[in-house]
Design a protein around this ligand. Sequence first.
Ligand code: PFF
Length: 494
Amino acid sequence: MQTEQTPVPAAGAETAAGSAPAQAAAAGGAPAAKKHHGFTSKIGFVLAAAGSAVGLGNLWRFPYLAAKYGGGIFILCYIILAATVGITLLMLEIAIGRKTGKGVLGAFASLNKKFKWLGFICLAVPIIIVPYYCVIGGWVVKYIVAFFAGSAGLVEGAGAAVDTSAYFNTFISDPWQPLIFFLIFAAATVLVVVFGVQKGIERISKVLMPLLAVISVALMVYVLCQDGALEGVAYLFTPDFSQFGYETLLAALGQLFYSLSLAMGIMITYGSYMKKDVSVSKSSLQIAICDSAFAIVAATIIIPSIFAFSADPDGALSASGPSLMFVQLPAVFNNLPGGRWIGAAFFILVFFAALTSSISLVEAIVAVLRENLHLKRWVACTVVLGIVIVLGTISSLGFGVLSGAQITLPSGSSYTILDMFDYLANSILMPIVAILTCILAGYFIDKNLIPDEIGLRRKASRGYFRVMVRYIAPVCMAVILISGIVFNLVLPPL
Ligand code: PFF
């Protein structure tokens, strides 16, 4: 598929090969080939990138949105958007990374010096996200322990006797417990990254991704064998066209962007570690298929189990985000035969998915610190851990001693500190980064540079890619940005 092996200089850029000695110095003397060919194999790259994409977003956000926006019709919109806008943006980011061989700061500057500042906005995204992602990761670790230990009523047969909502709220508002679990998750993430791309990220992805597939398929089969589960499957997959509308498309688009780990510097960073002989287009397709398949399997675990075992399926399904995963599902597991072990298996699944995503977020920051500040890997990891501890502690305490810092938006929603970080990153910065990346690639660099790197040979596919990058993708992202602002910051509650 590759059309070229020798890098062509980007507008105002060093070539990837030309910058190798500088990068080797930046990487603390590591050979240049290691930096550029960080992943040893195609499968290593695809599993690591899919590991980044498959995360908490697939496990709670997708099932909740699918249930809310008409089941099958939402899934259909999602798949169509993933196959068009999603793959385009994924290929674009991976190609930028591989072409320049640099982390986000260097990558944008290499393509066009005038866009160096875009690297800083892009870098801000993982810096804002990792701390709170690790806080939620910590909650997941707590639930693994709680299910295994059968503590706090999370035991088989406890059923409706246990108030899982009170359990969750008591836990997250505790001054110490969430902080301890958050530190465990953050330390585990940074530890993997300290070991480097090959020995840390690639190795763990090769183990955890197949495990993730096995656990999720086993859980899905188990849930589908329960009485009443098929009603949930029908609810999930039958398209309800009456629910199709502008919101369905908007929700599917927002989810896609979040789920594929776009506009946060990850795919650029991972792309910079990709071998030249691996096809960008085929790998992007495999990553998107893996991410979408996992989201659908997750929905097929969660929705039917709520249908089969919840006293109030509609109420349970309308609970979004953390509440679905940490309140409604534990209540379901409490009713399932063998629920304690099913609960533990489910939260281990969530843990693996969240870990492979958080390591990718950390690596995006570490790559920049190594390249631009010439820090050694372990020093860069320590700096990131410091940032994560400070911002994550603030997010975590936002549910307890700092709960007074909550704000109510004009939309009427009440935002905790964690929600504010999430909103800033996902609804504001990420769409801005995606729009500007498309503008840079579509209007300010040689038009053949990215299609050549992706390996698009046919005129029709190059033309299609160009139209997507110049017009369709930026317009879609602008719609997400504007609606995110208008529906939250401007309009009063409906
Ligand atoms: N794509 C991952 C997920 O779906 O969880 C990673 C991720 C996306 C992390 C967006 C954080 C985020 F805000």
